[in-house]
Write a protein that binds this ligand. Structure first.
Ligand SMILES: [Zn+2]
Length: 250
């Protein structure tokens, strides 16, 4: 099979089953799917596993996650992989915007919020991990493009599409007998996770509401000011204990 390079127009010979190819003239990498040719990019990993791990620990110590996660989480598994995504360029009011949809099924929907500026993309295979096998694309470009509707983007406005392989470190860690997955993007070091042990707000809200209700009842049932004052003082004791307990536990 022979196809035309979408960048320079040179002929590229491809094997029957080949879906990834690279142009011998301009070195553009391409991905062929159902006779449609897409540019195929890699992002160079700049973070080592150790640095990625440090970033993950820093994130665990941050505000988003539950206190003590960094101390008590036990890493169970770590691996390097490329994560394929479809990168759509959409022109909205004369301005180009980039939208990302995963090209393989994932529970980490945060991948959709990644920012993939053109500067990060390269045709060249990153040297170090060259031998890593690229995962197969499992989500058809047309399905991915239709998902743009969820973001109120008209898929017809897409002006260019490419396949991008994002280097990631995938960590599995255990916290209080549950396993969680977090991914550290190997080019920026950003932590991508959407399920993690976060601060539990509900107990705080319940205690606050119960305390408010208790004070309301006390206030309503005492006609005399000084009795009310005394009753509220007494009521403050269990409310305070409840707040302290919740603070300790969660
Ligand atoms: Zn070319």
């Amino acid at each position: 099979m022979e196809i035309k390079c979408p960048q320079c127009g040179a002929a590229i010979k491809m094997g029957q089953d080949e879906i990834f190819a690279s142009c011998g003239f301009c070195e553009a990498s391409i991905y062929v799917n159902k006779a449609v040719i897409y540019f195929h990019y890699w992002i160079k990993p700049t973070f080592e596993m150790e640095d990625a791990h440090l970033n993950l620990r820093r994130w665990m110590a941050g505000d988003q996650t539950i206190d003590g996660l960094q101390k008590n989480a036990v890493t169970k598994d770590e691996s390097f992989t490329y994560f394929p995504v479809w990168r759509f360029v959409v022109k909205i009011a004369g301005e180009e915007q980039i939208f990302v949809e995963p090209a393989i099924p994932t529970s980490i929907t945060e991948f959709r919020n990644l920012d993939l500026p053109a500067g990060l993309l390269s045709f060249a295979k990153p040297g170090k991990k060259e031998d890593e096998k690229l995962p197969d694309v499992e989500i058809d470009v047309n399905s991915a493009r239709e998902w743009l509707r969820e973001r109120e983007i008209d898929p017809r406005l897409v002006s260019s599409i490419s396949l991008v392989h994002i280097p990631v470190y995938r960590f599995t860690y255990e916290y209080e007998n549950c396993l969680y997955t977090a991914v550290v993007e190997a080019a920026t070091g950003n932590v991508i996770a959407n399920v993690y042990p976060n601060r539990r707000d509900t107990p705080f809200i319940i205690v606050t509401l119960l305390s408010a209700f208790l004070f309301f009842c006390v206030g309503m049932s005492c006609p005399n000011f000084s009795i009310r004052f005394l009753a509220m003082l007494i009521a403050a004791v269990p409310a305070g204990f409840a707040a302290f307990y919740v603070q300790k536990k969660y």
